[in-house]
Ligand binder design. Structure first.
Ligand code: GLN
Length: 333
């Protein structure tokens, strides 16, 4: 039996406005966080694709964009890197806006797999209740629903949408794209397996090509802060003023980031940081404080799960110091 949540769908959602941290406190905490972790060199560069292994391990950038449109930055916040899996919530949001949250919920799934991001086992086991849009399988399935004819037209559709999140035209890192194409056997296998279950629409190779391109888009920590701030601001862009996605799509996207944004360590992340986030093996993390701001971090040294070590430590420290943890409370009066 399924719980009939549509019985409450007509009830208007009450949203209590959140208080923004002051610009001065954000600037001073970004400086402190950078000083605290810049000398740490724990973690490894990604070995998933050879081009990722050529990143500079010293790079460390931080940026926060408030929903008031104020950008605060420190360190290598304008160094470019490939977005990788950080793209997944934004791709999902564009498709959910186009097709509706319900269709993707049913076709792709919304629950944690508890397994690594490129797991094939999760797809096999999950025949009954598929995957989720923030791991490779679910992201490839999501991309397979992009409207249009042929790879180029569908690629333009998603790239334009992702650029609307960033508020600027996002370019491709062709070297990383080629490097990833050469090692995409597992993603192709996932796509073909899902095609056999009907989870992937159309040509699985086309879906992987478009998915791989989305991962190779070039961004900075400042871009990630901007993109995340659209989700923090109910789908409205705090800088361009555009409505990128609906309030409901922004909210559901954040829910998915809580569930699976940090892969199989999402539970630990909730305890340590207490905010929706998404990481990528390029070294980026976007962390969102709904109604307040978003944090973009870049440092390419990763832990065993594929999360940036300095980025995670920075998000944890900022969550505490700026009072952003969604789960923290203290006794009334
Ligand atoms: N492009 C990478 C892949 O498909 C993205 C993985 C990631 O950032 N976790 O494996």
């Amino acid at each position: 039996m399924k719980i009939a949540y549509d019985r409450v769908a007509a009830t208007p959602r009450t949203v209590v406005p959140a208080a923004l941290p002051s610009g001065e406190s954000v600037t001073s905490f970004l400086t402190q966080v950078h000083e605290e972790f810049a000398a740490d060199d724990d973690g490894e560069l990604s070995t998933v694709a050879p081009a990722l292994g050529r990143a500079d391990p010293a790079h460390f950038g931080l940026a926060v964009l408030g929903v008031d449109g104020q950008l605060h930055e420190h360190g290598d916040s304008r160094v470019t890197f490939t977005i990788q899996s950080v793209v997944k919530p934004f791709t999902y949001a564009l498709l959910a806006e186009e097709l509706g949250v319900d269709l993707l919920r049913e076709r792709v799934g919304v629950n944690a797999t508890g397994l690594p991001f490129h797991s094939a086992q999760a797809v096999e086991v999950g025949i009954a209740g598929p995957t989720n849009p923030l791991v490779n399988a679910g992201a490839i399935a999501t991309v397979s629903h992009i409207p249009g004819e042929g790879v180029e037209e569908r690629w333009r559709w998603v790239r334009d949408g992702l650029s609307r999140f960033a508020g600027r035209d996002l370019g491709l890192d062709e070297e990383t794209l080629d490097s990833e194409r050469e090692v995409s056997h597992r993603n192709l296998a996932l796509a073909h397996l899902m095609r056999s279950f009907g989870t992937v629409e159309g040509d699985p190779d086309d879906a992987v090509e478009i998915y791989t391109r989305t991962c190779a888009l070039e961004v900075t920590a400042a871009d990630l802060a901007v993109m995340g701030a659209v989700l923090a601001d109910g789908g409205h862009h705090p800088v361009t003023g555009e409505r990128v996605v609906s309030e409901e799509v922004a909210r559901v996207t954040l829910a998915l980031m809580l569930v699976a944004g940090m892969y199989e360590s999402s539970g630990e992340w909730l305890i340590d940081v207490g905010m929706p986030a998404k990481s990528g093996i390029g070294g980026g993390i976007v962390t969102v404080s709904p109604g307040r701001c978003a944090l973009g971090t870049y440092s390419p040294l990763l832990d065993g799960t594929g999360n940036s070590v300095r980025g995670a430590l920075s998000a944890a420290m900022l969550s505490r110091s700026l009072g952003l943890d969604l789960l923290a409370s203290e006794p009334y009066a």
